[in-house]
Design a protein around this ligand. Structure first.
Ligand code: NAD
Ligand code: MG
Length: 394
């Protein structure tokens, strides 16, 4: 029986993963080791009972008594805190879903890799903040990373059986989000509710807002660079409002392999769950005749500065990804709190990167996780200062 753990089980990716596990036979078919969540104790306990998990871990320590109560009599262990989440990653499991949102996903993913596990990686922030360390850890410990971001799963699938040396370009698509056609003046006034309303995908609120600002695509550019190792000039973004083509890989003979699928994360999660086989996945089948047409356009760098900032990070590498991601997370917090405007998010990130470049230097490589976490911390402090300054200036 295959054993699995799901980090971020109560989130959008986590729920989709649980759905596939349940449809695949649940506790009868899989040995479920660890399930983790941040706050939603009731839902975490419910899924832990249903899947007969070994342990359920909640990130906030104050929730431990509530989790214990909710699990009373179930035989599921309860634990709490960031350290307990990291320890849960030490428990033997064949397949581990990294579905926590933000830099908090880095440590548990890294711990799972050190044990040589197969890591289904939805947490793109791990690759953005610590790409070289993550990839080296997987190599050294014989672990496997399977990309779960839809575009990266698509590139992975288009590359299967191909010679990576014959690749000329990699194109990841972007829906353009809810603000695809909004003029700059209107973007400045965009609200949280408007930014959360993604036209095609149903996702957690943070990644939905990141899609509206194209910070999500910015993270994905860096993720592509770090995971597949292609140089920045080979990686392109293409706006494709229907979200049917997820990525394309162009080869030196001019041929292009495109990956198509419905906008349902269960495809990419299911691909990783069944890999290297192709199992049955219950997503809607494409009906291209009904869709009629697929359209494409170049992204607008002026309205979406996140893409330009990502290019700088892809060139600089070193600790710039950790700074970029942390600054973005803080800017997003401040936008969600209504303290800064939609366009201020990119301004906060840009100012933070500029300040840190002068102050700490961003180009040098991390020698270990501590360097990454220290830069993450410093960038959060600086981004907080930049956001407060921007708020006062509004
Ligand atoms: P979400 O907000 O719906 O869920 C996040 C999960 O992480 C929840 O279980 C939450 O409880 C947990 N969590 C949040 N903060 C935590 C912390 N500090 N410590 C421990 N756990 C914490 O997010 P999501 O949309 O499922 O996204 C998860 C990851 O997958 C992100 O990295 C996102 O970029 C990536 N991703 C998501 C989608 C999607 O369709 N949702 C698609 C591609 C990639
Ligand atoms: Mg994606």
């Amino acid at each position: 029986m295959r054993s699995i753990s799901i980090f971020g089980a109560t989130g959008s990716i986590g729920e989709s993963t649980v759905d596939l596990i349940r449809r695949g036979g649940g506790a009868e078919a899989y040995r479920v080791v660890a399930l983790t969540g941040a706050r939603n104790v009731a839902r975490l306990a419910e899924m832990a009972r249903e899947l007969r998990a070994e342990v359920a871990v909640v990130a906030h320590e104050a929730e431990l008594p509530a989790l214990r109560d909710a699990l009373a009599g179930s035989g599921v262990e309860a634990a709490a805190g960031a350290a307990a989440i990291a320890e849960a990653a030490d428990r033997p499991a064949d397949w581990v879903m990294s579905g926590i949102v933000g830099a908090a996903g880095l440590v548990p993913g890294m711990r799972a890799l050190r044990h040589g596990r197969t890591l289904a990686l939805a947490n793109k922030e791990s690759l953005v903040t610590a790409g070289p360390l993550l990839m080296a850890t997987a190599r050294v410990h014989g672990a496997t990373i399977l990309p779960v971001d839809s575009e990266h799963s698509a590139v992975f699938q288009a590359l299967t059986g191909e010679d990576a040396g014959a690749v000329e370009r990699v194109i990841i698509t972007a829906s353009g989000g809810p603000f695809r056609d909004w003029p700059l003046e209107k973007l400045a006034e965009a609200t949280v509710a408007e930014a959360k309303a993604h036209p095609n995908w149903s996702m957690g609120s943070r990644i939905s807002i990141d899609s509206a600002s194209m910070f999500n695509k910015a993270l994905e550019l860096i993720e592509t660079r770090e995971f597949f190792g292609f140089p920045p000039e080979m990686i392109e973004v293409l706006v494709h409002p229907q979200s049917i083509v997820h990525a394309l890989v162009g080869f030196r003979d001019g041929g292009v392999m495109a990956h198509l699928g419905p906008a349902d994360m269960r495809h990419a999660i299911g691909f990783a769950l069944h890999w290297p086989e192709r199992g049955h996945v219950p997503v809607e089948r494409l009906d291209l005749a009904r869709l009629g047409s697929l359209t494409f356009a170049a992204p607008d760098a002026a309205r979406f500065p996140a893409l330009r900032l990502a290019r700088e990070v892809m060139e600089m590498r070193g600790l710039s990804g950790a700074a970029f991601n942390a600054a973005k997370e803080i800017a997003l917090d401040h936008f969600m709190e209504g303290e800064i405007g939609f366009l201020d998010m990119a301004a906060v990130v840009e100012e933070t990167l500029a300040r840190l470049a002068g102050e700490a230097g961003l180009g040098h490589s991390a020698t270990g996780l501590d360097d990454v976490l220290a830069m993450d911390h410093l960038a959060r402090v600086r981004a907080g200062e930049a956001a407060r300054k921007m708020k006062e200036g509004r």
